[in-house]
Design a protein around this ligand. Structure first.
Ligand code: ADP
Ligand code: MG
Length: 429
């Protein structure tokens, strides 16, 4: 700014010159002070910017990081709390963001996901204009619940699978799906926290549900029914079904005249305690990954289905809870692979995930056509998509890293489509 204009035209004051002088000096001093303060502020801003740069030396994405930080500073955070209301709905669709891993943090990966409210998730899409200016496109999505990186399995369980335990005791069918890209936390959520390569099975949704099922059995109301609890564990790989409780035996799927689907010879083990259930899960997991040079490679291409069935003394199905750790949704790109086997597997996974979405949507629109024959996955789960007492929950997992943005957006869009049920206002694809 022009210094002269600040100092000059000054009304000449009447009275003695000494007073006039001191008044003048005072004003000049004040102006000097103001100028200094402005200078300090400018210097501070410069240093702050420098600090942001220095905080992430060598991080090519520091500008995005700073922009996301600024955006977060404008938000009011009120994340989901354990005491919040649990909705009773036929279909629950929620999202879970895992924390950045140590490895990602070491690589200075940018966290592009924010959960500001209990039902909202924001994806900060990092974009660059042709003139190389960087900017964010913040997309907001709403679900029944949004679990942030601080949510525990116990918390996720409380809002998703736990309310469905009542359903199977009432004689219904329940399903809980873990959907998402490989590495996003599906197995962590369903099977329990990893400690290196070991999994703490007791902290997963399978075991948490088993714990509650055995608690329910002790209630006087159900005790008299003498229900039996049975568990089975199988995997669907490339359209084929393998029994994880029977040395990966290949199983046939049969459909009777009434479209009842039967998985022939599937082992169903009686379980009497949470420990029994955990033992089966561990044994099944071992079978699932044995003989694989890259265990995760295989499990990312298969759906794992763990079922707990309540049977009456005469062997009739009273209720059934199916837990499904789905194949990685990024496998769709495998349809472009040069390897025929890989390409077919990718196509099969795509097909089953699309069929699953349609079946859940059909469940919401009672009486709608149920395209369960479109894939093995939906075929074996057929009885969970029909009947007046079927409930389902889907937990869509998100990896928070910038490098996973594309897959995370796909996951958010898929989950959004599962949730948009009334057709009105929703775009048909
Ligand atoms: P997926 O089954 O989807 O391929 P995993 O469950 O194997 O993914 O998770 C990948 C890694 O991330 C594992 O090391 C797991 O321990 C870790 N992880 C996933 N979700 C969380 C979470 N919510 N909190 C902490 N670590 C997690
Ligand atoms: Mg997994």
């Amino acid at each position: 700014r022009d210094r002269k204009s600040e100092v000059s035209p000054r009304p000449s004051l009447p009275g003695n010159s000494a007073a006039r002088m001191s008044n003048c000096t005072r004003q000049i001093k004040k102006l000097e002070q103001d100028r200094n303060q402005r200078r300090i502020k400018l210097e501070e801003a410069k240093q702050e910017k420098q600090k942001q740069m220095n905080a992430d030396p060598g991080n090519p994405n520091w500008q995005f990081l700073a922009m996301i930080r600024d955006h977060r500073a404008t938000l009011d955070f009120s994340p989901l709390a354990l005491g919040d209301t649990v909705h009773d709905k036929q279909i629950i669709v929620c999202i879970r963001k895992r924390p950045l891993s140590k490895k990602e943090e070491a690589k200075k990966e940018v966290d592009v996901i924010t959960c500001p409210a209990k039902d909202t998730i924001i994806m900060h899409e990092c974009k660059t204009k042709v003139d190389l200016t960087k900017y964010l496109e913040n997309q907001s999505f709403r679900f029944d619940y949004a679990f942030d990186e601080d949510a525990t399995n116990e918390m996720v369980y409380k809002f998703t699978a736990q309310p469905l335990i009542q359903t199977i005791f009432d004689g219904g069918m329940a399903t809980c799906f873990a959907y998402g890209q490989t590495g996003s936390g599906k197995t962590h959520t369903m099977g329990g926290n990893f400690n290196g390569k070991n999994q703490d099975v007791g902290t997963g949704i399978y075991a948490l549900a088993a714990r509650d099922i055995f608690k329910f059995l002790l209630k006087p109301k159900y005790k008299k029914d003498g229900l039996l609890v049975r568990a089975s564990f199988f995997e669907i790989y490339s359209g084929k079904v393998f029994d994880l409780l029977n040395k990966k035996k290949k199983l046939r799927i049969l459909e009777d005249g009434e479209a009842q689907v039967v998985v022939c010879d599937l082992q169903e083990r009686e379980v009497k305690s949470v420990e029994d259930v955990m033992g089966l899960i561990q044994a099944g997991n071992l079978v699932r990954t044995s003989g694989q040079t890259a265990a995760n490679q295989h499990s990312s291409r298969s759906h794992a289905v763990f079922q707990i069935t309540l049977r009456t003394k005469t062997g009739q199905v009273h209720g059934k809870f199916s837990f499904i750790d789905l194949a990685g949704n990024e496998r769709g790109v495998d349809t472009m692979s040069t390897n025929r086997q890989t390409r077919l597997e990718g196509a099969e996974i795509n097909k089953s995930l699309l069929a699953l979405k349609e079946c859940i949507r059909a469940l919401a629109r009672r009486g709608a056509h149920l395209p369960f024959r479109a894939s093995k996955l939906t075929q074996v789960l057929r009885d969970s998509f029909i009947g007046h007492n079927s409930k389902t929950c889907m937990i869509a997992m998100i990896s928070p890293g910038l490098g996973c943005s594309e897959h995370s957006l796909n996951t958010l869009r898929y989950a959004n489509r599962v949730k948009e049920l009334d057709g009105s206002g929703s775009r048909e694809e």
